[in-house]
Design a protein around this ligand. Structure first.
Ligand code: SAH
Length: 215
């Protein structure tokens, strides 16, 4: 079946994003345009545009659309940014970022997920994404500094290397807390100080690595 789900996406944007306070027009357009169903297994396609997380294998999940929109909006992307993503997972959030940034650098620790996302994103025509299989709590030093950094897994603290790789006026969003629940923290860099803002509660899978949780 070659179903585009365009109407389901429009409904998702209206009912789950606009009605819950997402206002950034570029974010709403990207989420209306990018197909979420292609990033999940076919048996779950019918659920792709409902507002909940879904399994993507390896005990990981694709985040719910509202959280993707909220985190992306917080990055204030205008289209000129170098954006770093930690936790490629399915590649769905990567696609949204690639649509809204100049270049996306994405790091994933589980190789089969990374390779799957790479294939999928290349087949979708994206050519502004660089992929790396590694512990992303170290960031990606070769291309620092980044105007925007997004971490899509929950961490006990903000990894120090990521703060160092944030550009002047750069924004980072990261879930920080314990393994059962976190707060979404937005960090803005001004010189060598980091302004923190709490965007609310959330629940992510663990960020596993040297500057995150132990495996
Ligand atoms: N943004 C993804 C969400 C995937 S879930 C999506 O839209 O599908 C979080 C991902 O973070 C998982 O794939 C997990 O393997 C990855 N992850 C956890 N710890 C990591 C680390 N230290 N470095 C890189 N990726 C990590």
């Amino acid at each position: 079946m070659n179903h585009d789900y365009r109407l389901a996406r429009e409904r998702m944007v209206r009912n789950h994003l606009i009605s819950r306070g997402i206002t950034d027009k570029r974010v709403l357009q990207a989420m209306g345009r990018i197909q979420r169903h292609v990033f999940i297994e076919e048996a779950l396609h019918g659920e792709a545009y409902n507002d909940h997380p879904l399994p993507i294998g390896h005990q990981q999940t694709i985040s719910q659309p509202y959280i993707v929109a909220m985190m992306t909006e917080a990055l204030e992307l205008k289209g000129t940014e170098k954006t770093l993503e930690i936790g490629t997972g399915s590649g769905y959030q990567t696609a949204i970022l690639a649509d809204l940034s100049r270049t996306v650098y994405t790091v994933e620790r589980i190789r089969p997920l990374l390779e799957n996302a790479r294939k999928l994103l290349e087949s979708q025509g994206f050519s502004n994404i660089l992929f790396k299989g590694n512990d992303g709590t170290f960031g990606w030093k070769d291309f620092e500094p980044y105007d925007a950094i997004i971490v899509t897994a929950g961490s006990p603290k903000i990894p120090e290397p990521l703060l160092k790789q944030l550009s002047e006026k750069g924004r980072m969003v990261i879930p920080v807390g314990n393994r059962a629940g976190q707060d979404l923290i937005k960090v803005t860099r001004v010189g060598n100080s980091f302004k923190e803002e709490n965007l609310g509660g959330c629940r992510f899978v663990d960020l596993i690595g040297t500057h995150g949780w132990d495996a």
